[in-house]
Design a protein around this ligand. Structure first.
Ligand code: LMR
Length: 394
């Protein structure tokens, strides 16, 4: 039976992780997978997280099951962080999920349960697992224009023109902030126009927010989500705590469904809990409990905000230094978009051959499509990477 299986091609991010691990060169630089690295090149456990874990370890009296939806205190704490004043809990259904990927997967399963004959509109480009999950689940999807690869800027006209083609029953996938892989974010006017298109067409937004606090700041990064929440009768929001709490391997995510009133809220809540039941019964609890503890304790929360701001401002500084180093090394005036971009990623104007040359000749690992994790750079590696990019003619 198992002999019938065909080999599974790993996605391009996972493939690169394995190649980097197996590369014996000591001066190799990992700019592939999206994890934050400190100046020392490590991805530390945040101090507020370690303290919350210590308290939980000390006080927890049971490891018995929570609930299919996870802990309501977690929904409230993280939901309020994302939605701010727009959180109207009388219309929100919520489940804890294993990471943002779990939230996205459950969002798609929920859409499929509606038996809508619509399709999901996905920005081009997007995180590769979005398309992979849609294709694997047999969910119809199509791309909409997002970034102009020549300028590295938002293709605003292309995006809005394409989305005008959405219809009732369709879902529009949006990155809440720090777009992965481009770092090109929507401004409030763009969100406003997208909300208007959803109002006119009846399409429902699905917002993946995995980097809140890594772009312009915790509140500013949530402005788009909040605008959608305050304007539209329905929306799905998948939030992740992998990056902003550094809880990657603990798999902490939340799916929020904004519904059109209390009756729908109850039915949607039931459907989402059932999806958890079918997938893994109860969602993971430890990381969610840590997040709840951090957000609900004023002192831990203050400490976390300081650490988050340290990460955010370091990434901003690296973006600036990297853009300047590239301009200097190549003599080309085309890298300003890296400085203007938000969050961990930028897209190099590189072909797959360029990317292979960077890796093979210089030990610099970026994803096939040219995505580079700026948060994997350091003051020490920026000159090396800029020189490698110049020597590859990018
Ligand atoms: C990334 O985009 O590199 C991260 O979100 C890790 C992943 O799971 O792909």
């Amino acid at each position: 039976m198992l002999g019938r299986l065909q080999p599974t091609a790993p996605d391009k991010i996972l493939k690169l992780m394995a190649m980097f691990r197996d590369d014996p060169r000591i001066n190799k630089v990992d700019l592939g997978v999206g994890v934050y690295r400190s100046a020392e090149g490590t991805t530390p456990v945040l101090r507020a997280v370690a303290e919350a874990e210590a308290q939980i370890l000390r006080d927890q009296t049971t490891k018995s099951y929570t609930a299919l939806a996870g802990d309501p205190a977690f929904h409230q704490a993280l939901g309020d962080l994302v939605l701010g004043d727009t959180a109207d809990w009388s219309r929100i259904a919520a489940i804890a999920t294993p990471g943002g990927t779990g939230a996205f997967r459950q969002a798609i399963e929920l859409v499929r349960r509606t038996k809508s004959d619509g399709q999901v509109w996905v920005p081009d480009p997007s995180w590769p697992n979005h398309a992979a999950i849609l294709s694997e689940t047999g969910t119809p999807w199509r791309s909409y224009r997002y970034v102009d690869r020549n300028t590295g800027m938002l293709d605003r006209d292309g995006m809005l023109t394409d989305l005008q083609g959405a219809k009732r029953g369709d879902v529009v996938l949006l990155h809440g902030c720090c777009h992965n892989p481009t770092g090109v974010d929507l401004d409030l006017k763009d969100w406003d126009q997208i909300a208007a298109i959803c109002e006119q067409t009846g399409a429902m937004p699905l917002i993946d927010i995995a980097y809140q606090g890594f772009g312009r700041g915790l509140e500013q990064d949530a402005q788009g989500v909040r605008l959608i929440a305050s304007r539209l009768p329905e929306a799905l929001i998948g939030a992740s705590c992998s990056k902003n709490f550094g809880l990657y391997r603990e798999r902490v995510g939340l799916l929020l469904a904004l519904t059109d009133g209390q009756t729908q809220q109850a039915v949607t809540q039931g459907a989402m809990e059932w999806l958890n039941r079918l997938s893994y019964a109860f969602p993971p609890d430890h990381g969610a409990r840590v997040v709840t503890k951090v957000l609900s304790s004023p002192q831990l929360c203050d400490n976390w905000l300081t650490e988050l701001e340290e990460m955010r401002s370091r990434i901003e500084r690296l973006r600036r230094q990297f853009a300047h180093a590239l301009t200097e090394a190549t003599g080309r005036d085309r890298y300003g978009y890296i400085e203007r971009g938000k969050g961990m990623f930028c897209l190099l104007p590189a072909t797959p051959d360029h990317v292979a040359a960077l890796r093979e000749s210089h030990g610099v690992y970026v994803i096939d499509d040219g995505r580079l994790n700026v948060a994997g750079l350091s003051e020490d590696t920026i000159p090396q990477v800029a020189a490698a990019i110049r020597s590859c003619g990018i």
